[in-house]
Design a binder for this molecule. Structure first.
Ligand SMILES: [Zn+2]
Length: 60
């Protein structure tokens, strides 16, 4: 695999983003990474939403 390892894709829209949020948003769901746009969608009015941290492509 020649792809750079420090790259993740949003679990919902499959887009890469410089920042992804690690969240759970289903009652029995696993941790997933979401881009800020999808994160906004699933975090609103969601009783199962759990925030697990922020992933950044660039570490500084
Ligand atoms: Zn997304």
């Amino acid at each position: 695999m020649a792809r750079p390892s420090r790259r993740k894709l949003c679990s919902l829209c499959s887009q890469s983003a410089p920042i992804l949020y690690r969240v759970k948003y289903l009652e029995d769901g696993d941790w997933v990474f979401l881009c800020p746009q999808c994160w906004e969608k699933v975090s609103q009015n969601n009783p199962f939403y759990v925030y697990g941290g922020t992933w950044k492509a660039k570490k500084k």
